[in-house]
Design a protein around this ligand. Sequence first.
Ligand code: IPM
Ligand code: MG
Length: 375
Amino acid sequence: MNSEQTFRIAVLAGDGIGPEVMAEGLRVLEAAAKKFSISFEFDHQLVGGAAIDAVGRALPAETLAACEQADAILFGSVGGPKWESLPANEQPERAALLPLRKHFGLFANLRPAICLPELTHASPLHPRLVEGGFDVLCVRELTGGLYFGEPKYIKSENGEDFAVDTMIYWESEIRRIAKVAFEAARNRRKEITSIDKANVLQNGILWRRVINEVSRDYPDVTLKHLYVDNAAMQLIKNPKAFDVILAENLFGDILSDEMAMIAGSLGMLPSASLGESTGGSTGGPTGGTTRFGMFEPSGGTAPDIAGQGIANPIAQILSCAMMLRFSIGRADAAEAIENAVRAVISSGLRTGDIHTPEARLVGTAEMGAAIAAQI
Ligand code: IPM
Ligand code: MG
């Protein structure tokens, strides 16, 4: 890797708590960049409701162009009550987030749900189920299935409306997301639980067949299949039994929220949305090559606490670590951030979402500063 290289990052902070937590993500990223001699150029761009208010659309052409010029996208969050009454296809989620995923072919969504041993109290599950913490990785297919399948419409017939969404998966789409999951599992406990609804859906039958085929190339990884309804139940019953969960788009959307909740706080969970590999070595768990990606916290805009300086910035900070690992190829700097987060949690600092009486309550900026100082 060329140490003189400057990486260009498109920064799309968006709405709600997005700008507050993004500021802390960048603060920590800058500390890591300095320590590991990585050079970044940040290109701040409008997205979501903020872009609607400023220029009339959620994903301005200028923002998209800036993303095209970048090595990676750092995303905050979009949406909020102010824009909910707009026509559906102008709303921030539909008009910015989904098009970004599709445009850049970000088919692989990695959502690690890590419940740190110090934070098990924040999980709504019984303490005996989460004692010692747990670490589950959801690998969600992100550009196929019901989200994007055509036809997709609402029409009227005989005076009654009806709606159609199409669930479609090509073998090649299933195979490429399966490979990401199997590669990731190889760097973990080597267990995959593949999710489907093969007892009802044709998609489930094909999904299961292709996953079984791919698994033959990974004899060291144990594969199990679960129907999605059963998986939703088993996750609550025994989260520690899971290592990697592999799911299509909608099932992954639903299960990853469930995982976020049982891990304690949405404010702790980062995510990476990755495209095909672009070359270079990551030393990371997606097959060892860098990929263009978009990195964002899983938690959303949290309008109820926006602007108060109390949101947990850790999800955004850990998303920056994922960017370093997957798009920049610097697992060393990524680990430094992850270790700094653990150290600061161990030292007893807590934002409101994970607070207990004996810990020290801090705001967004103080948490970010403490993590940056730890690097
Ligand atoms: C997510 C979100 C999005 C999704 C919404 C905001 C469109 O829930 O990233 O999980 O459904 O993918
Ligand atoms: Mg979701």
